[in-house]
Design a protein around this ligand. Structure first.
Ligand code: SF4
Ligand code: SF4
Length: 480
């Protein structure tokens, strides 16, 4: 291209763009939930007391001269009040897990995250730790000021006291947790001599520090990022599930106003935009933005908003338990409650009742004697006196009662088969005992049966309880 005559060329320097570092990491903002009082808060505390009395108290409860609830892994015995379960009873644990899962489906379909709001250990311990924090550092404003301010002896003292109490509770929780697996009375005595075994040390500290870290520091982040339930709970919700909701039709347009403001004239709804519902929220969300997966249904915002409504002399329930259909169609509470009995809930409920019934029946019909028969493979079959053929077996008899039991052992399956040694065995309460028994078959029966393995059956019956009898299959080998 030719340059026009008389034109002067201007050179504009082009600067290379400075490389900028863009961080994809957003620092977590600390949440300072404001304390709240009200009907739901009282229920939350009732649940805190109930769950903690059960959790901390149960391992100390004596029952039949032992700990009422003890999962003794080393002895492979689970004691739950009168029940003594062996690893062979694993089916009951499976049953409990299935029941828990269905109970979770059922209650979530009816009332959303009831478990999270009222009974989940993460929520319960966070509530306890927050209460301690408030007692030591003060209300929301005071805590924010303390954290923002420079270090002083007063700040150091408060922080140290708070962490010391948190750690004590955490370690006591760890101790209690391990007390479900190791007799807690023994552990208590060992605690004074520091005589714990390595596993006890590890688990007391691990569980204790996990409680301290989760309830003291991670708090809502556990619910938001670590808990799988938060991710899949929406699959159990539908538009008729009762969830904590803000009634936008009633609350909007929001805005500040005096108590006697004419709402119609000022074009205002019932929400005075005080943000108290946000300040009490332990996960730091604004429920007015609609259903959010972070909401753990703690209902703190309901109590906070009801308090505001009372002061403003508006009806309560701007934030309340409601269904999405109910809010959209302006249903009354009764109309929403009627939708509780919908197919999804009825199916979950029926399955839950059926599984519970099957569980209770199977538990009540459960045998208190368990038998394992193992053929002694080192001595397959041998010829003994009078030409009889003998096979050896090892029988494990597990007494799942709290009394000593005497059992009679007999055998059938081949004509003339009989036990050559032991026929009666005594087993101590909640113990298992191995016995070796010799089964002998007369020569004519062995000849009639022919060489090879033949099915036989052991019968073991309690001499103390006529209802307890078990029979187990095995084989008898006739050599060539
Ligand atoms: S507490 Fe109630 S009135 Fe206050 S901002 Fe929240 S919804 Fe609005
Ligand atoms: S939005 Fe309300 S119910 Fe949900 S977590 Fe926050 S305070 Fe609790």
């Amino acid at each position: 291209m030719t340059k026009p005559v008389g034109a002067t060329a201007r050179v504009i320097p082009i600067k290379a763009a400075e490389p900028a570092l863009v961080s994809l990491y957003e620092k977590q903002k600390k949440i300072y939930p404001r304390s709240v009082h009200g009907w739901f808060a009282r229920w939350r505390w009732v649940m805190v007391w109930l769950t903690q009395i059960v959790f901390y108290g149960l391992p100390w409860l004596p029952w039949n001269g032992r700990q009422a609830v003890l999962f003794d892994l080393s002895a492979r015995r689970f004691y739950i009040f009168d029940l003594v379960l062996y690893p062979q009873d694993f089916i009951y644990l499976t049953g409990i897990l299935i029941l828990s899962a269905y109970a979770l489906f059922f209650f979530t379909a009816v009332g959303g995250r009831l478990w999270c709001g009222y009974a989940c250990p993460q929520t319960v311990y966070t509530e306890i730790f927050l209460w301690i924090e408030r007692r030591i550092e003060g209300e929301r404003g005071a805590r924010m000021k303390l954290d923002a301010g420079p270090w002083s002896w007063q700040k150091f003292g408060r922080k140290t006291a708070k962490h010391a109490v948190w750690l004590t509770i955490g370690l006591w929780t760890g101790f209690t947790f391990v007390g479900y697996f190791t007799p807690i009375q023994t552990m208590w005595q060992q605690a004074f001599t520091l005589g714990f075994g390595p596993w006890e040390w590890f688990w007391v500290n691990f569980y204790g520090l996990a409680t301290y870290g989760n309830a003291g520091f991670l708090r809502e982040q556990v619910c938001k990022y670590m808990c799988p339930y938060a991710r899949f709970q929406s699959a159990m919700f539908d538009r008729d599930t009762m969830i904590v909701s803000y009634d936008a039709a009633r609350g909007d347009p929001r805005g500040t106003r005096g108590r006697n403001t004419d709402l119609a004239a000022a074009n205002l709804g019932h929400c005075i935009d005080c943000e108290l519902c946000v300040q009490v929220c332990p996960v730091g969300i604004d429920i007015r933005n609609g259903l959010q997966y972070e909401c753990i249904a703690c209902t703190a915002c309901i109590d906070a908003c009801d308090g505001v409504m009372d002061k403003m002399k508006y009806p309560r329930g701007l934030i309340r338990y409601a269904t999405q259909n109910g809010l959209d169609r302006k249903w009354s509470s009764q109309q929403m409650m009627r939708r509780v009995f919908r197919p999804r809930v009825l199916i979950y409920g029926s399955v839950l009742i059926a599984i519970s019934a099957a569980f209770v029946v199977s538990l009540s019909l459960r045998h208190t004697l368990k038998v394992d028969v193992v053929r002694d493979r080192t001595t397959l079959a041998r010829l003994v006196d009078n030409g009889r053929i003998e096979n050896l077996y090892r029988l494990q008899l597990m007494n799942a009662t709290e009394q000593t039991q005497r059992y009679r052992v007999s055998v059938e399956g081949i004509a003339g088969a009989a036990l050559a040694n032991t026929t009666e065995v005594e087993v101590a309460p909640a113990q298992a005992r191995w016995v070796t028994v010799a089964v002998q078959v007369p020569p004519e029966s062995a000849q009639a049966a022919g060489a090879g393995a033949h099915p036989i059956r052991f019968h073991i019956a309690s001499l103390t309880d006529a209802r307890t009898a078990v029979s187990e299959k095995s084989t008898f080998v006739v050599p060539r």
